[in-house]
Design a binder for this molecule. Sequence first.
Ligand code: CP3
Length: 354
Amino acid sequence: MTALKNDTFLRALLREPVEYTPVWLMRQAGRYLPEYRASRKAAGSFLDLCKSKEFATEVTLQPLDRFPLDAAILFSDILTVPDAMGLGLYFAEGEGPKFERPLRDEAAIKALSVPDMSELQYVFDAVSSIRNALDGRVPLIGFSGSPFTLACYMIEGGGSDTFSRVKTLMYDRPDLLHHILDVNARAVTAYLNAQIDAGAQAVQIFDTWGGALAFGKYQAFSLAYMQRIVAGLKREADGRRVPVIVFTKGGGLWLEQIADSGCDAVGLDWTVDLGDARRRVGNRVALQGNFDPNALFAQPAAIEAEVARLLSAYGAGSGHVFNLGHGISQFTNPEHVTALVNAVHHFSRKQAVR
Ligand code: CP3
């Protein structure tokens, strides 16, 4: 494997000295880029993009060719895992993800099992192909959904505003939800370890819906399972530590507990102050975030001011990876992303106390 030419992202995750604050963006490859829309059209559909290692490699590299980002993220989706469990993932035009066979009764829940990882070989092939194509430019991030976030889609059958089915099951039959989460946690552990074997140099667990849970329920139904995954992950590859990032959207109230999960870094949405978050987690973990993705709709001058504000809120010293507080919107102007990435590099070099 080629040596990394830019390992700033990995060093920041481990709170080692860096010359500037590294930056990548959740959903950095996607519909806001015209070149992505062209590739998707050529491939046929989003799932066709994910399932072809050539296309997955092409779209992973697109944002890196446009912006000086410090990490690449595997092009795939969190819902590949329940798809491999036999739930039948599909995308209805303009409606987001859906499952043909959601978990709607006790028999379906009891029948759920960890899929054979060969069902997900196309993901691992994409990881190897992307890692090769990167040729050491920047590190490659692998990812998975959290057991709870996956369960939301598996039970609701698609996106939801209220999570009424998941929450009903949680309060009426916690044993059944725990069974789903147990299967998901074992599947995600195997899935992330296989991504690491295929070449992923850091991994992120996306807990997009953990923040919808009540106090106490978050700890029991989301965090506990992420903790189990983190404990089961390979933490070294090619003689280097493979850092783990845990991102719970809406998890700002529970940062200390997330920081104690065994992860190397905690992802933050835009509702928390970076300086305050840093004081709360102490020297335990690095932080990733937390620019409001909607601020990218503003003009470059406003974007730059907001970047400067976040960098100074974090303050001097390593341990910060700049990112959005959630995925980038499809309506974002790519030129505004250029302004964001350049501002992160420029202002953090000036802050120069690392
Ligand atoms: O960050 C990256 O660039 C890597 C690729 C990535 C995708 N999905 C590609 C994608 C990642 C990391 C994800 C994670 C994901 N997928 C999450 C967790 C993170 C988050 O955003 O909360 C969730 C909840 C999903 C499930 C999912 N997949 C939804 C809700 C949707 C529809 C959303 C939308 O924007 O319409 C998808 C589809 C999807 N996943 C797209 C992309 C680029 C859009 C597909 C298209 O081209 O139409």
